[in-house]
Design a protein around this ligand. Structure first.
Ligand code: IMP
Ligand code: MG
Length: 178
């Protein structure tokens, strides 16, 4: 079993690099299959955790999509949500009539996703859909239109996901094992 220490905590592998690749590819394929009209599609990645997933999703789509990022935080340096979402960086794009696809690493409580959905709708988006790599079954949003894998109540790191800003550059997914 692969185990690493990040700061004060021990993490063990949940998905290997290959398993993660398979999850990401299946999700990207589903988006490709089901979204035919991409001229109006705006992928909005959620910094910082959503970057690797956003790259892989975007590389699998046609060249006429638009890509931008917002920065939202809710976790601070903890392994639990603070309960409050803060938008630290907004998009400057004109979203009126656009089909927005939010791309994030994980949905836990669903607060970030709900906040961003409402935010983009208030900016005039024609539709707002959600794509996340992992889904912890948050109570505030219904199941995302696209997600890679359901996970239990684990706190995980890797492929964008951090613990206190560490572990984002891991190519596999590890879970807290204390
Ligand atoms: P939510 O608003 O509670 O759904 O939390 C969403 C955000 O919290 C995600 O975009 C992540 O940045 C962070 N987060 C939630 N669960 C985890 C985790 O298990 N590991 C690392 N970050 C997480
Ligand atoms: Mg995040």
């Amino acid at each position: 079993m692969k185990t690493i220490i990040i700061k004060d905590k021990k993490f063990t592998e949940l998905f290997s690099e290959q398993e993660l690749k398979d999850i990401v590819t299946a999700c990207a394929q589903k988006i490709k299959r089901t979204i035919n009209e991409t001229e109006n599609l705006v992928l909005i990645g959620v910094l910082n955790g959503g970057i690797p997933f956003m790259n892989d999703i975007a590389f699998s789509l046609p060249e006429n999509i638009t890509i931008d990022y917002v920065r939202a935080v809710s976790y601070g340096d903890n392994t639990y949500s603070s309960g409050k979402v803060e938008l630290l960086l907004d998009t400057q794009l004109d979203l009126r009539g656009k089909d927005v696809l939010i791309v994030d690493d994980i949905i836990d409580t669903g607060r970030t996703a709900k906040f961003l959905k409402d935010h983009f709708i208030s900016k005039g988006a024609g539709s707002v859909r959600l794509c996340c790599l992992f889904y912890k079954k948050g109570t505030l949003v219904e199941e995302p239109e696209y997600f890679g894998s359901y996970i239990g109540d684990d706190f995980i790191v890797g492929y964008g996901l951090d613990y206190a800003q560490k572990g984002r550059n891991l190519k596999n997914i590890l879970k807290l094992s204390d």
